[in-house]
Ligand binder design. Sequence first.
Ligand code: SAM
Length: 185
Amino acid sequence: MPAPRRKRRRPDVAVLRVGHRLGRDPRLTTHLALAARALGASRLYLHPPDPDLAERIAAVARRWGGSFEVTGVSSWKPVVAAHRGGVVHLTMYGEPLTRVLPRLRQVTRLLAVVGGAKVPPALFGAADFNVAIGAQPHSEVAALAVFLDRILEAPAPSMFRGAEQRIVPQRQGKKVVPVSKRKVR
Ligand code: SAM
């Protein structure tokens, strides 16, 4: 009888956003942080730092739970250099995700790096994997969302530990209820 297949342990995925433009990108980078948190990433390193944005995400986490946080960094290079695990640069010029996935699945800690309007060329060499989500230009939010969905291979969490409130899915309308502290996952 074949041995039962062991369930794959989900990797820890941190995100590094390079080239955030203060004053121009707050809405886009806020969406990137919200998508990262909601789809299962553990944290976001933000270059350069944006304390207002970090506080907005902290406020979301206080209400909706979890330990996701935004850490501002003045240079992206030390974050990449210090990462113990695989560094995955999401870029339309990279190898297709489906080709790289079997190799990525061997790695337990991943740092997913997304760029902004201009991507430093050094990032291509610093990454262990340059990965494309389709060979067409689109957006860092879309690229990260697809990447997290594929690498974490699980439905996005419906509730995080410590949430004050949760959504009860409805066919129509909205229902949000307070969370009793014993019911967190
Ligand atoms: N001109 C930029 C460049 O040199 O790559 C594209 C910038 S794009 C607006 C912003 C970010 O979205 C990119 O740095 C990359 O992380 C992500 N991105 C956009 N399209 C992608 C794709 N097809 N696959 C993977 N990532 C993508």
